[in-house]
Design a protein around this ligand. Structure first.
Ligand SMILES: *[C@@H]1O[C@H](CO)[C@@H](O)[C@H](O)[C@H]1NC(C)=O
Ligand SMILES: *[C@@H]1O[C@H](CO)[C@@H](O)[C@H](O)[C@H]1NC(C)=O
Ligand SMILES: *[C@@H]1O[C@H](CO)[C@@H](O)[C@H](O)[C@H]1NC(C)=O
Ligand SMILES: *[C@@H]1O[C@H](CO)[C@@H](O)[C@H](O)[C@H]1NC(C)=O
Ligand SMILES: *[C@@H]1O[C@H](CO)[C@@H](O)[C@H](O)[C@H]1NC(C)=O
Length: 452
C-alpha cells in the first residue's frame, strides 16, 4: 500500500505546473519534519530512556543484609513525587481517617471485606475448582530439603513460606494431572536454599536459573505460557533478588512474597501477591476485647532503618507512645495486650511479623511502611482494621491516634479481631485461614493464556 501511494504522489507531482512545484514539495516536507519532531518530543517525554528511573536498590545483587541508607534515599525521591497529595494536618486528620460509610470507594466502608458477597461467592468456586500441579521431586534429589515440604512444624519469622508448601501438598487443590492444572507451583524454598552450604545466599540466583531451565526442558508447561501460570512462594527477603538471573520468573510468573514493596523493581504489584509474615502461635489469648489497654501505642525493635530512627528521634521519651529500641525488659505479649495501637514500622524491609502479632493480641495495627503492598489487599479493606500512616507523618503520630474516638477505636478493634483468622496458619487448613487466603489470591491471578 505505502509504496503505491508514494508512487502516486510522484506521478501527480510531475503533472503539476512549474510554479506550484516548490510549494508542493515544501509543504509535505515541513509537515513531515514537524511530525517527526512531535514524535521525538513524545518519546522524549514518555520514554524511560531519557528520564530518571529510580536506581536499582542496590549496586550489587543484594543478598542478605540490605543497605538501608541507599534505599531510604530512593524512598525520599519517591516521597517527593507525592507532594501533590493531601497533607495530613491536625485539622483534617479525622476526616481522612474515617470516611463516612457510603461516601467512598467501598461498598461498606466499615466491613473488613471490600465486597463480602463477591468474595464469599468466588471463594466457594475457588475451593471447588482450583487445581495446582506441583513439579515432582524425589526424596533422593540432592535439593530435596529445599524442594519438598518440611517434615516438622514450621517456626520462626519465615514460617509462612514453609507452611504454605506443607499445607498445599496435603490439600484438595493438588492435581497429579498437569493438563488439569490452573497453576503450576515451583516448590523451591528460598529460606532453605539460603542455608544450604552448596547454594548459600550467593548461589540462589544460579540455582533458580538452572531450575527453570531444567523444568522447561523436561516438561512442556513452562514454555506454553513463558511461566505466566507458574508461581513460587517466599518469605525471606533474599527472595527479592533471587530472580535476577531468571527474568521470565520475575516478569511472568506470580511471585507470592512477604517483602512485597511497590518500590522494589522485582515486585510487580497486581501480578504478584503479598504473603503475610506470621510468627506461628497456637490458640488465642482470652478476653481480648475487654482488656484495659493503658498505653496509646507500642513499638519494639532494632533501629535498622531511617524510618525507625525517625520514630526514635520524635517519640523516644513520650509518655503515651512507647517506642522501645533494643532489648525489651517486659514480656512482648504483655505490651501488645496493654496497648491500644501497635506500630508496624518499616525496618530493612516493609514487612515484619508485627501486623500478625498485633492482630493476634487484639491490638490495632498502625502501619508505617511506605509502599507496602499489604497482604490480601485485594480482599481485605485495611482501613477498617488498621491505621496507615505515611513515614513523613511520624511527627503527627500522636495527634493521628488521639483523634480516633473511642467508638471508632472499638470498631477498628472489632474488625481487627475479625480478620485475625486470615493471619493464622494451621497444619490442616481451616476455612479462610492464611493458606486459603493465599489460595484465593492465586485464584484471582490464574491465567487463561495457554499456547498449544
Ligand atoms: C550504603 O550505601 C551508601 C551510599 O551508596 C554508602 O555511603 C554506605 O557506606 C553503604 N553502607 C553499607 C553498610 O554498605
Ligand atoms: C473447601 O473445601 C474443603 C475440602 O473439600 C472443605 O472442607 C471446606 O469446607 C470447603 N470450604 C468452603 C467454604 O466451602
Ligand atoms: C538441573 O539438571 C541437572 C542435570 O540433570 C542437574 O545436575 C542439576 O542439579 C539440576 N539443577 C537444578 C537447580 O535443579
Ligand atoms: C522450551 O524452550 C527452551 C528454550 O527455547 C528449549 O531449550 C526447550 O527445549 C523447550 N522445552 C520443550 C519441552 O520443548
Ligand atoms: C530523651 O531522654 C534522653 C535521656 O533522658 C535525653 O538525652 C534526650 O534528649 C531525650 N530526647 C528527647 C527527644 O526528648
Amino acid at each position: 500500500m505505502a509504496p503505491s501511494s508514494f508512487l502516486l504522489y510522484f506521478t501527480d507531482h510531475r503533472r503539476l505546473s512549474p510554479p506550484l512545484r516548490p510549494l508542493f514539495f515544501f509543504v509535505p516536507t515541513s509537515l513531515a519534519l514537524i511530525t517527526t519532531l512531535f514524535i521525538l518530543f513524545y518519546i522524549f517525554t514518555t520514554s524511560t530512556l531519557f528520564t530518571y528511573q529510580h536506581p536499582p536498590l542496590t549496586s550489587k545483587p543484594l543478598l542478605g543484609a540490605a543497605n538501608e541508607s541507599q534505599r531510604y534515599n530512593s524512598l525520599q525521591f519517591d516521597s517527593n513525587g507525592e507532594r501533590g497529595k493531601i497533607k495530613i494536618t491536625s485539622n483534617n486528620v479525622d476526616k481522612l481517617l474515617f470516611v463516612n460509610p457510603g461516601s467512598g470507594n467501598y461498598v461498606n466502608n466499615n466491613d473488613v471485606f471490600h465486597d463480602r458477597d463477591i468474595f464469599l461467592e468466588d471463594y466457594k468456586e475457588m475451593n471447588r475448582s482450583f487445581k495446582i500441579y506441583v513439579y515432582p521431586h524425589r526424596r533422593n534429589d540432592p535439593f530435596a530439603h529445599a524442594l519438598l515440604p518440611v517434615d516438622f512444624e514450621p517456626r520462626g519469622n519465615y514460617a509462612s513460606e514453609s507452611y504454605f508448601k506443607k499445607v498445599l501438598m496435603k490439600s484438595h487443590f493438588i492435581t497429579k494431572d498437569p493438563t488439569n492444572a490452573d497453576l503450576f507451583f515451583l516448590p523451591f524454598s528460598i529460606a532453605r536454599l539460603r542455608h544450604d552450604p552448596k547454594i548459600g545466599v550467593l548461589g540462589i540466583q544460579d540455582f533458580i536459573k538452572d531450575y527453570i531451565l531444567n523444568i522447561s526442558r523436561k516438561y512442556p508447561y513452562w514454555n506454553q505460557t513463558g511461566g505466566a501460570d507458574h508461581f513460587y512462594v517466599a518469605c525471606h527477603s533474599v527472595g527479592r533478588s533471587a530472580m535476577e538471573k531468571a527474568d521470565a520468573v520475575r516478569i511472568n510468573a506470580i511471585q507470592v512474597v512477604c517483602s512485597s514493596s511497590y518500590f522494589l523493581s522485582g515486585h510487580i504489584a497486581h501480578k504478584d501477591a503479598s504473603l503475610p509474615q506470621i510468627w506461628p502461635r497456637q490458640g488465642y489469648p482470652p478476653n481480648i476485647a475487654s482488656l484495659k489497654r493503658k498505653k496509646l501505642a507500642f513499638f519494639a525493635g532494632a533501629i535498622n532503618s531511617p524510618v525507625r530512627e525517625k520514630l526514635l528521634q520524635v517519640w523516644r521519651n513520650d509518655s503515651e507512645i512507647f517506642a522501645h529500641f533494643g532489648r525489651l525488659t517486659t514480656p512482648y505479649a504483655d505490651e501488645l495486650l496493654g496497648s491500644k495501637f501497635c506500630l508496624h514500622v518499616k525496618g530493612f524491609e516493609v514487612n515484619t511479623a508485627r501486623i500478625a502479632d498485633s492482630l493476634y493480641y487484639g491490638c490495632v495495627p498502625v502501619i508505617i511502611a511506605n509502599h507496602y503492598d499489604l497482604p490480601f489487599a485485594d480482599i481485605l479493606n485495611w482501613k477498617s482494621f488498621s491505621v496507615v500512616v505515611a513515614t513523613l507523618d511520624i511527627p503527627l503520630l500522636k495527634k493521628i491516634l488521639q483523634r480516633v474516638s473511642s467508638n471508632e477505636y472499638e470498631l477498628l478493634q472489632k474488625n481487627a479481631l475479625k480478620v485475625r483468622k486470615h493471619f493464622q496458619w494451621h497444619s490442616f487448613p481451616i476455612n479462610y485461614d492464611a493458606f486459603y487466603m493465599v489460595m484465593y489470591e492465586l485464584w484471582l491471578r490464574r491465567s487463561s493464556v495457554r499456547v498449544q
